[in-house]
Design a protein around this ligand. Structure first.
Ligand SMILES: Cc1cc2nc3c(=O)[nH]c(=O)nc-3n(C[C@H](O)[C@H](O)[C@H](O)COP(=O)(O)OP(=O)(O)OC[C@H]3O[C@@H](n4cnc5c(N)ncnc54)[C@H](O)[C@@H]3O)c2cc1C
Ligand SMILES: NC(=O)c1ccc[n+]([C@@H]2O[C@H](COP(=O)([O-])OP(=O)(O)OC[C@H]3O[C@@H](n4cnc5c(N)ncnc54)[C@H](O)[C@@H]3O)[C@@H](O)[C@H]2O)c1
Length: 465
């Protein structure tokens, strides 16, 4: 029986464990905190649960237009936070019972590699239990799935009260009077959106020209307009140098000397991989300067028998990608047929309001000439269901190959873009054409009608017509 030891019980670790158990390996998962990983305990699951509460309040914004009168809804933050924590705990418990039912041994402890003689085909993983006891487990195959942690700027140390990482915001008892969000990546944008929807005045310190610098420019532009409508103050091309707590708030000093004051600062300036204490040097595993582990498309590191998956590899820090990397590692290690990871087909969503979801090639790749494509953009303003629902912002955009009409990318900006992207993700994954979309029946009226309509628009210009 192949002995597999997995360091870390997040999506990369637990999905890998389930695959390995299914293939009758002897599997141990060592998790130092809670099963489900940071994803379930602090990052993805809590943020999406918090955003769901913000979304309920946001729904009330359109009541007057929809002909329904309601009083201004009040947000009970302790109840919101307790729901966030409760859901994360319940999901972690679900992961635990699923792993146990699959016959996986789960150890709550910190794990690292012991010094090895490099000629051995196995690896010794040392485990430090919370009570101080240690044990060593020998692995035929090891998977590093230790995730990442919030990046901390040297002069902006989180204190958990006024200067916060995204993992600390669920401890607040009352909504901030004025939140300064530092960093305009996906995490920053999602929290700006949620707090603005909760009625909190927000200032965004964005080091780039625009929010979501890596996303589709039309999508980022729509989001900036919405943020501005909600009263968000955006400071573009601004880098925070220092953040200090004052008597009654925070002061953020920018690198150009300007100062921004608020009641709280939320630091969303990226993440660092959890690889500095795993004993990488003990097994001859080289880390990148950033601390990330280099892997190939079947999750192999440069050390035989050692695989890595998820945020510690920095390939594409998404729960879905982490899980797939973990599964692929185990299929490969256990000799199953395996398709290497294809990042170009990964769908992702930013859970702002409206949401932004993308798949396949991007506008930037078309503009740079890396791919040639035809594109169409269908504003939701032309969609009957959107009009009925009082939705004014958003669009569906599709990229297809010029001659064949094969769909190679898509962007959806809509309240439920994370759901609407699936037909485009299926098209990209399966080489479907705009004709395939165009001939598919969508519901009338529906937002997904814009997906089939976009297919028809691109068909009209098809070179093969
Ligand atoms: C605010 C936020 C929101 C996000 N929202 C989404 C989203 O909506 N959708 C999405 O797809 N992705 C989202 N992500 C990204 C997603 O959370 C990560 O990609 C995912 O958590 C990566 O999974 P992982 O298994 O690599 O690591 P993690 O989930 O980070 O788990 C790693 C685990 O390893 C454990 N560990 C670390 N070192 C050791 C050690 N030495 N010994 C034992 N255990 C150890 C840690 O305690 C942790 O539990 C979000 C990220 C952030 C920051
Ligand atoms: N919905 C989702 O799927 C979701 C949500 C959140 C995060 N994530 C994943 O996590 C990844 C990381 O996202 P992120 O937003 O946490 O990090 P990021 O690294 O993408 O963004 C951090 C931003 O902070 C800026 N920054 C850094 N230092 C700064 C400073 N001193 N002052 C001002 N700005 C500064 C950077 O320029 C960058 O734009 C994403 O790419 C995504 O894969 C996914």
């Amino acid at each position: 029986m192949t002995r597999i030891v997995i360091l870390g019980g997040g999506p990369a670790g637990y999905e890998a464990a389930l695959v390995a158990a299914q293939h009758e390996a002897d599997v141990t998962v060592v998790e130092q905190d809670s099963l489900g990983g940071n994803c379930v305990a602090y990052d993805c699951v809590p943020s999406k649960t918090f955003i769901a509460s913000a979304g309920v309040r946001a729904g009330f914004r359109r009541t007057a237009e929809m002909g329904v009168d309601v009083d201004d809804p009040r947000v009970d933050l302790p109840r919101v936070n307790s729901r966030v924590r409760g859901l994360a705990l319940a999901q972690s418990a679900d992961v635990h019972s699923t792993l146990q039912a699959a016959g996986v041994r789960v150890i709550q402890a910190r794990a690292w590699f012991e010094e090895s003689d490099r000629t051995s085909a196995t690896h010794d993983v040392c485990i430090a239990h919370p009570d101080g006891a240690t044990e060593t487990i020998t692995a035929d195959v090891a998977l590093i799935a230790t995730g990442a942690s919030p990046r901390v700027l040297p002069d902006a140390q989180p204190d958990g009260k006024r200067i916060l990482t995204w993992r600390q915001i669920y401890d607040l008892d009352t909504l901030p009077e004025h939140l300064v969000v530092v960093g305009s990546g996906v995490t920053g944008a999602e929290f700006v959106s949620a707090y603005a929807e909760l009625g909190v005045p927000v200032t965004l310190i964005s080091s780039r020209d625009r929010v979501l610098p890596h996303e589709d420019p039309d999508a980022a532009g729509t989001l900036e307009e919405v943020f501005t409508e909600r009263g968000v103050r955006i400071e573009p091309r601004s880098r925070a140098d220092k953040v200090v707590a004052t008597a009654d708030g925070v002061r953020v000093t920018l690198t150009d000397g300007r100062e921004v004051e608020g009641s709280h600062a939320l630091m969303t300036v990226g993440s660092v991989p959890n690889t500095d204490d795993i004993g990488a040097a003990n097994i001859g595993l080289t880390l990148q300067d950033s601390g990330h582990i280099t892997v190939d498309r079947v999750s192999r590191t440069d050390v035989p028998g050692v695989y890595a998956a998820g945020d510690c590899t920095g390939l594409l820090p998404l729960a879905s990608v982490a899980a797939m990397q973990g599964r692929i590692a185990m299929w490969h290690a256990l000799g199953e047929g395996v398709a290497p990871l294809r990042l170009k087909t990964v769908a992702s969503a930013v859970f702002t309001r409206p949401e932004v979801a993308t798949v396949g090639i991007s506008h930037a790749q078309v503009e740079s000439g890396e791919f040639s494509a035809r594109e169409v953009i269908m504003p939701l303003g032309t969609n009957p269901r959107a009009k009925m629902s009082g939705l004014h912002e958003g669009f569906v955009k599709i990229f297809c190959r010029p001659a064949t009409g094969v769909v190679i990318g898509g962007v959806v900006v809509a309240p439920v873009a994370s759901e609407l992207i699936l037909p485009l993700a299926m098209a990209v994954q399966n080489n479907l054409t705009v004709g395939d979309l165009a001939h598919t029946f969508s519901i009338y009226p529906s937002l997904s009608g814009s997906v089939t309509e976009a297919g028809r628009r691109l068909m009209q210009h098809d070179d093969l017509d």
